[in-house]
Design a protein around this ligand. Sequence first.
Ligand code: GAL
Length: 658
Amino acid sequence: MLGVCYYPEHWPEAWWAEDARAMRRMGITHVRIGEFAWSRIEPEPDHLDWGWLDRALDVLGHAGLRVVLGTPTATPPRWLVLRHPGILPVGADGRVRGFGSRRHTSFSSPDWWRESRRIVETLADRYGEHPAIVGWQVDNEFGCHDTVLSYGPHDVAAFRTWLRARYGDVATLNARWGSVFWSMEAGSFDEIDAPVGAVTETTPIARLDYRRFSSDQVAAYGAMQAAILRARSPGRFVTHNFMGFFTEFDHWTVGREYDVASWDSYPLGFLERFPFDEAERAGWAETSLPDIASFHHDLYRGVGRGRWWVMEQQPGPVNWARHNPVPKPGMVRLWSWEALAHGAEVVSYFRWRQAPFAQEQMHAGLHRPDRSLSAGGQEAGIVGRELHDLLMSLGTEALPDGGRSPVALVLDYESLWMADIQPQGAGFDALLLHYRWYEAVRRLGLDVDILPPGAPLDGYAAVLVPSLMAIAPDAMRAFADTKAVLLFGPRSGSKTGDFAIPGTLPPGPLQSLLPFRVTQVASLRDGLRHQVVGEAVQGQAERWREWLEPRDGAASIARHADGSPAVIRHGRVLYCGAWADGPLLSSLMRHALHDLAGLPVAALPPGIRLRRRGSLCFAFNYGDQPWSIPGSPTLLFGNDPLGAQDAACWQEAGWRPS
Ligand code: GAL
């Protein structure tokens, strides 16, 4: 259940066998290789050099390691780019993004598709039945370095084709886009360009469609590779490694192409990159916030329809964030166990050994460049031993299945794009809103499944919908069908699928479950807050506030100072028309999840998190204060009290899957 990313092409061949043996000694069972090795596989046009890769696979296989082989399409070599310069992506500023790093390709270039097909077929023909290979990774981190959206001639041509298929004729497009506004009407699809480079903002629906189109291109490109691999490598799984806090394509549709979802977990780097408060960043700089990794674990468990890995686990400081601290002692172990507790099949560290050369020379590995074990490597070794002992004491070969969580959180990529395209206020970061809702639930000690809109919701006690801007009919049906308590957040139902305000005003179709309308909205600048007071729910609105007009039995359960409703309820359905600050959000969650949905909740200290996996319960301490585990269970590993940056596990008596 542990893995590592290894680059045999970076090291003398004489080291490989010892590296492989050392992996096994550390408890590592899986190794991912090859995803950037195109220039070594095909050093010149049509000249393939398999020797080194044959030998590397043999060495790893003989050591008993199971190999995930990456297709090398994240790094087309220099000769290929010189031959086919049209594969290069073009930025929104119209400039070509050149060779010299990676991901220098457009998903719409026909040359790029042909070359990708060729190298993937060649690789799969060679190794499809190799006994050491258990799975394939398609490409590497689609979209990394802002490479989903490209604006070159191939992209625009493909966009026009996509628009034709979506709208049929240009009159329909003009009507649905509202192109009469500012005389934007088009006479034919060929007159439509990418929605960039204009004097001021281009129409939101054009930008939304460009995102939809670009997301579809990523899905199709991945599907092309996956189909080749499946046909030539039967019995192996196909995965892709997704990223953290990354929303440039729809992971629900792109993820459907893979048997297993995997993602790359760099908790300290993400803390720096995502728009958290400076105080949070400073307070959690060396551990990360307690919900960053798990938010993604729960998201990618959904994307993988239950099957997922951490393909790259941060092993120490990274090189790419604004600040790159060393994780506090214990964190690499904690992150590893946390991923396993959330259901990861494999946690794979990035990378076996720090490379002393090139772009990532300041990025830690499990070993230092001189081959000595790093601090992270020592902790990975501890996880290997603990995992072995845990499985022995349970008498099984794998950890139990997690089953369904009591709470579902619905996350929709189109809504994130809409809020990004039309934020209507600098503070409205929709992904941050989703994160805050998730965090509020996790602080109550509850497990969460993250789902796409339209997923069946039966079996959940509560369903949270932080901000579903356009509610499609299948999502509405799922909401109408569930018996769960449903809590919707601001801007839900505020747009149609064509990025317009619904004729009945927001929340559009949601009015059939909760009769009210939103009559006006305000974005609140930093420091401007509106008090919210109710019996069970109170705090402040920040960033965003709506004016709600309930009708026909919908009741207000918390109001603003001017008397207008802030949170309303009709039966089991609630709507919060504000960006809730910490106190408002935690009281709202407690009310919805405990008072209404009847779930048992805990008031966990800020750094403590719990997670069940089948009959096992895990506890994690991101903070510095020791925590006494309630009920003093007999631990399978870890300590009670749970010390700073420690993880513990026990068998939960009487636990039943919900
Ligand atoms: C990931 C990427 C790896 C490596 C790593 C460094 O985004 O997949 O190839 O660059 O980051 O943290």
